[in-house]
Design a protein around this ligand. Sequence first.
Ligand SMILES: C[S@@+](CC[C@H](N)C(=O)[O-])C[C@H]1O[C@@H](n2cnc3c(N)ncnc32)[C@H](O)[C@@H]1O
Length: 254
Amino acid sequence: MNEDDVARLWDENAATWASHVRAGFDVFRDEYNNPAFLAFLGSVAGLDLLDAGCGEGTNTRILAGRGARMVGVDLSTEMLANARAAESEARLGIRYEATSFTKLDGVEDACFDVVVSTMALMDGPDLPGALRAFHRVLRPCGRLVFSIAHPCFTNAALGWETVEGVQVLRLRGYAVDKPEIESWRFGAAPEETPPFRIAYFPRTISEVVNAVIAAGFRLTAMEEPCATEEACARHPRLSRHRGIPHFFYVGAQK
Ligand SMILES: C[S@@+](CC[C@H](N)C(=O)[O-])C[C@H]1O[C@@H](n2cnc3c(N)ncnc32)[C@H](O)[C@@H]1O
């Protein structure tokens, strides 16, 4: 599976993805991932940020709303079309570019304070290439902060089942190296919605962390957030993630 395949799949997902995220069907993002990730990221006011794999731009707009000067890049022209449409409707000064985050063609060296990537790096085939490109476009001491699906609980996951009244996640592997096409829809989406089809490139935690270090970064923090009690009370489906984190965050510095 190469980047053309990834772009085609995301082009196909784009219209439903954008409308469902904006309708609030992505409860994991709104109630679990974004609150934890934004706290992990810290203040971005007045900084130049690159959002790598920005998709339809919901998180890019959130960061612009927090005072960052934003550039978003993505492979999928359809995801970008949705992002640009939102920018035309309510201008936040965000620039969107169609390019792969593994090359960042057309992006100057050393022009960002922070590179952020939310839930995108596990969707691309070349993580080392992406990390080298991020290092290139960051200013000296610039920060890289990204989220991916937690490798331990996503690689080769078969799904949840209830065993003796307890929710159990079934896995058939961890150190697997074949990409897969995942099919799922947002938890709050109508049942009749056709699922998204998403390329997933499994990597172990050591592969991810070693790739960050090999690209020239100094690792500064990692986090494996669990869903909060308050979020679980509002959305009981999140309770599976009180003790099994669904996300893995990395912070690093150039
Ligand atoms: C799960 S979506 C996340 C989008 C956005 N970051 C968010 O949090 O809503 C993953 C995005 O990564 C993009 N993507 C995957 N591989 C990419 C690559 N090599 N370069 C740029 N974007 C890529 C896809 O097109 C898709 O829009």
